[in-house]
Design a protein around this ligand. Structure first.
Ligand code: DON
Length: 555
């Protein structure tokens, strides 16, 4: 009886079509209203989606210090109104003094915390380089105009929401341990308090005045290096001055009548998304039913096989040869699924990386933007962990990342997201650590259809996947697609993670009978997607994830 009621409740929740904010021309969807509003206003005053990106990204550093950053990095995929696509890699890099075994003790074991909560955990930040690169190539308004509202927000301050209060409290002990009891986030904030960021405002003013070099060579660079060295870190001025963001060719592929554009290595996002969608394409996905046991099985088995490849073959393309063509070869992917059956679960222990022969010649936030001309930007940016390394440089007003943990510290051992890695993602000086970030753009009939992405570590890829399928296979609105319950499998550990209390018991029971292990407790969040759907008549519909304070603004 209770089961039936639960199922009915569940079905009702799913079938209520709820539309997100709909606007005529332009829209920004991000983790905080303050940031979305700043980006949207930039477009209202004549800026394009790329101008809005610079303002939104830096506004998130103010309004969402949990992941928004100056001390981290990210990836951006774009599609211009004329249909041209591309992507920017502003991922952090390992310092020159980094070594393969820098997180291991004398017995070769990983030293707990060294790659996550220490100055050693910090990769060379890429965000400011990324923003200036975007601005140089596509910006239409002066940098000073783009930074003005961001600086004003830092000076005026940002209200502490319930979610932010929880984030600060959950991590306060670690922040104090790393950054001292006088640091800005050591104070006892209440919901509704306003936190002002005067030091960050000053840093942004210098960057606005002196440009990119202020962060990589100027006063800010010197202060940052002094701070990190005093904390025992290894980043030098030479590391900062050598940093470059890189324009990369995105991963593009077809899924049915869609053309998908996503991030190439050093993110695994695009390749894994392509592999999974290509593996499920031969099946009648929509007929399986949304979140039905069979649907969950199909996605799980494709995910399992793709993540096994990810962990072995993927890393920084500037350092390792990635067999991209082979990994995306339709014959290879067909072969990979040839042992799949709906009867019972495959065991991850029986799945290794696919056999590929190739000649020699391993806490985040996302925002989506569409401007009135139809230029689109999908950008995911991160400090890695919540508040990154928890090192807050009070003098400069921002947190430093702990992105070095995304490297494979030791083949076969797991990182913060339970991902195992191999040689391809081993640490080397100046190398970029493998990422799962998946900023993605979807086209249909040669036109822009969707802009999306999400935080969530290893769950990023599968959250983007499910959101695309929710719209294109199950005809959900953008908001419903973003809010729908999600699940995740990443090869190892060999279990399916479900959002707690959002799947009917019959579903998980059916899967258990087929040999699947179920995990309903480990993940507080499987993705927090911010997306925009272009409706048939051209209006833009937002999907701002209800799991956070995420909000759309536009006109
Ligand atoms: O690049 C990556 O894959 C990770 N550093 C992303 C971290 C993340 O999404 C944390 N957010 N929940």
């Amino acid at each position: 009886m209770t089961k039936t009621i639960l199922s009915l409740l569940f079905i009702t929740t799913i079938s209520m079509a709820q539309t997100g904010l709909v606007t005529q021309k332009a829209m920004v969807v991000s983790a905080r209203e303050e940031a979305s509003k700043i980006g949207s206003d930039i477009m209202l005053h004549g800026g394009n989606a790329f101008d809005a990106m610079v303002a939104t990204e830096l506004a998130l550093a103010v309004a969402y210090p949990y992941a928004g950053n100056l001390g981290g990095g990210g990836f951006m995929v774009y599609r211009k109104a004329n249909g041209k696509t591309g992507s920017l890699d502003y991922r952090e890099k390992a310092p020159l003094a980094a070594t393969k075994n820098m997180y291991l003790d004398e017995n070769g074991n990983v030293i707990p915390g060294k790659s996550t909560e220490s100055a050693f955990a910090v990769g060379i930040p890429g965000t400011i380089a990324g923003m200036f690169e975007v601005h140089k190539k596509f910006g239409s308004l002066p940098i000073a105009i783009l930074l003005k509202p961001v600086i004003a927000l830092a000076e005026k301050g940002v209200v502490v929401t319930e979610n932010q209060w929880k984030q600060i409290n959950d991590h306060k002990a670690a922040i104090v341990r790393l950054s001292g009891d006088q640091t800005l986030f050591a104070k006892d904030y209440k919901v509704g308090d306003i936190i002002k960021y005067p030091a960050l405002a000053e840093t942004l003013k210098r960057i606005s005045k002196n440009g990119r070099d202020e962060f990589y060579k100027g006063e800010t660079a010197k202060k940052l290096v002094a701070y990190l060295q005093q904390k025992g870190g290894i980043i030098t001025l030479k590391d900062l001055s050598k940093y470059q963001a890189i324009w990369r060719k995105p991963i593009t592929f077809k899924y049915r009548n869609l053309q998908i554009v996503s991030m190439a290595p050093p993110s695994s996002g695009g390749i894994c998304l392509a592999q999974i969608l290509k593996m499920i394409e031969p099946f009648e996905v929509a007929k399986l039913g949304h979140n039905s046991p069979k649907y969950i099985q199909l996605l799980t088995e494709a995910e399992r096989r793709s993540y096994a490849d990810r962990n072995f073959y993927l890393g920084d393309p500037d350092f390792v040869k990635i067999p991209q063509t082979q990994l995306l070869d339709p014959e290879y992917l067909k072969q990979r699924m040839s042992d799949f059956t709906f009867e019972k679960a495959t065991k991850s222990a029986d799945i290794a990386k696919g056999k590929i022969t190739f000649s020699e010649s391993n806490e985040t936030t996302h925002y989506s933007i569409v401007d009135s001309k139809g230029n689109a930007v999908a950008a995911t940016t991160t400090l890695n962990g919540a508040f990154g390394s928890k090192l807050y440089c009070d003098e400069l007003g921002f947190f430093l990342n702990n992105e070095m943990d995304d490297f494979s510290s030791k083949p076969g051992t797991t990182n913060s997201y339970g991902l195992v890695g191999a040689e391809a993602n081993a640490i080397a000086p100046q190398k970029r650590m493998l990422s799962s970030m998946t900023p993605t753009i979807v086209e249909k009939n040669g036109k822009l259809l969707m802009v999306l992405g999400t935080p969530g570590g290893s769950t990023i890829i599968t959250s983007v996947l499910q959101t695309i399928l929710n719209v294109t296979e199950f005809n959900m609105t953008m908001q419903n697609a973003v809010d729908a319950p999600r699940f995740h499998h990443q090869w190892l550990p060999d279990d399916i993670s479900f959002e707690p209390k959002r799947f009917p018991e019959e579903t998980t029971e059916t899967l258990i009978q087929k040999g699947y292990k179920i995990n309903e407790k480990n993940w507080p969040i499987i993705g927090k997607v911010d997306a925009i759907l272009v409706l048939p008549e051209g209006r833009r519909e937002a999907g701002a994830d209800h799991r956070g304070d995420d909000k759309a603004c536009g006109f």
